[in-house]
Design a protein around this ligand. Structure first.
Ligand code: FES
Length: 165
């Protein structure tokens, strides 16, 4: 075949079209396998204990609240035990006395679920709405490598598990 100007331009055009189509195809196939991990975070390392603020702090990475009361630390999962929405910490304007497990307890805050209205006392005990059980307590420990606080959802702990440092 003689390659005249018309055939040359036609060949370049078809070649460019094919390269473009292959590029599009590659991009589309690549988009099916994104470079992200969908594994949920189960363990986070925070800061040294004395750098954690007193009171309550929400740890977004693992959806948990960590509480500091002086040298004592504990953490409660913010994952609602109904269908997994994130419960909100609600400070009470006036503490109230409630019965939990037959004992009278003073409650200064609660957790409310925005999805279907479940409510939990400050220790995670469910008392209203469809949630079938209390919020989980999250293991709090000190990292042996650097002394920082670690929250680990992989290790279940009983309600009222607290770490004093
Ligand atoms: S997910 Fe919390 S009440 Fe339904």
């Amino acid at each position: 075949m003689k390659l005249n100007r018309r055939n040359f331009l036609k060949t370049i055009g078809i070649g460019s079209l094919l390269v473009g189509l292959v590029g599009q195809l590659y991009t589309w196939i690549r988009s099916l396998f994104p470079n992200v991990s969908y594994e949920s975070v189960r363990r986070v390392k925070l800061d040294e204990p004395d750098k954690i603020p007193d009171g309550v702090t929400f740890i977004d990475d693992i959806k948990a609240y960590i509480f500091r009361e002086g040298k004592t630390f504990y953490a409660i999962s913010a994952v609602c035990t109904h269908l997994g929405c994130t419960v909100k910490y609600v400070g009470l304007s006036k503490p109230k006395i409630v019965k939990i497990g037959g004992k009278e307890v003073e409650v200064k805050w609660e957790f409310h679920c925005p999805c279907h209205g479940s409510k939990f006392y400050g220790d995670g005990t469910n008392y209203a709405g469809p949630a079938p059980r209390p919020l989980d307590w999250v293991k709090v420990e000190i990292s042996p490598e650097d002394g920082k606080l670690v929250l680990d959802l992989n290790k279940t702990v009983p309600q009222n598990y607290k770490l004093t440092v």
